[in-house]
Design a protein around this ligand. Structure first.
Ligand SMILES: [Zn+2]
Length: 258
């Protein structure tokens, strides 16, 4: 089962690679993949997740240029994240059926993770979060929210509360510190996680973002003007809270005694 789940994830990851590079450029996501260098259309043999990259020695079959590590990297990453979510949703004892709500929950969390992966890499590479991927993140969050304890109204209010500080930064900095994509992203994260976990996700995003920014300034001497996308850090914070949120909130409750 584990191998199958990993391979499903890796196959989805192969599709995510296409979305990461095509959505920000508004290219059609239909149409076969082609080599970045020679433009030759890739055959199904070139598109088997991970294996194609290994068999072809990481090179294009036609022009022999080296292919980016992004392709197998994201396939492996997606496979692993799918596996982690699968193990969280289906502890060994529980029954597995594609006809129950557990399965719907699993698929919605896989969809959420896939959308977050696309947001992470397209924002990192192009500093752009496509509206389509935000919509996809929201659509997959909807069943996740409905199927978990949080009510719909509560979740919408949480989304507004969590997006507010990002909106203020966006508004005050005249779009320089944050983009509108970050505002929407924070809103959906609040909707999905609730306001407590949502704020904790933002908080960890600010901390990791600040550490990363400082590191860049020290080691690469990047000036303050160089823009660092904030989306990837929100995504990291979201994964942190998705996987360990309840434990983190328990620890904070114990420390502050509320
Ligand atoms: Zn080529």
């Amino acid at each position: 089962m584990e191998v199958l789940v990993f391979f499903i994830g890796a196959s989805i990851g192969s599709f995510l690679n296409v979305l990461i590079d095509r959505l920000p450029k508004n290219e059609s996501i239909n149409g076969r993949s082609h080599c970045d260098f020679c433009g030759k259309k890739l055959t199904p043999f070139d598109l088997i997740p991970i294996f194609s990259f290994i068999f072809l020695g990481g090179k294009c079959r036609f022009c022999h240029k080296k292919l980016s590590w992004q392709y197998p990297g994201i396939e492996i990453l997606t496979g692993l994240i799918f596996l982690v979510i699968f193990n969280l949703q289906f502890p060994v004892s529980s029954e597995f059926s594609i006809y129950n709500f557990q399965f719907l929950k699993l698929v919605s969390f896989w969809g959420i993770a896939s959308s977050l992966i696309v947001i992470f890499f397209s924002d990192l590479k192009y500093q752009l979060i496509s509206d389509w991927i935000l919509l996809s993140l929201f659509m997959f969050s909807l069943p996740a929210v409905v199927l978990t304890k949080a009510g719909l109204i509560n979740s919408i209010v949480s989304g507004l509360i969590v997006s507010l500080p990002i909106f203020l930064i966006y508004y005050i900095s005249h779009e320089r510190a944050m983009g509108l994509g970050d505002v929407y992203l924070a809103g959906i994260i609040g909707f999905l996680l609730g306001w407590k976990a949502g704020y904790l996700a933002l908080y960890s995003a600010f901390i990791t973002g600040a550490i990363f920014g400082l590191g860049l300034m020290i080691f690469k001497k990047k000036g303050m003007k160089t823009k660092i996308a904030f989306g990837p850090f929100i995504v990291l914070g979201t994964f942190l809270m998705m996987f360990w949120g309840e434990r983190i909130i328990q620890i904070i409750k114990k420390i502050y005694g509320f």
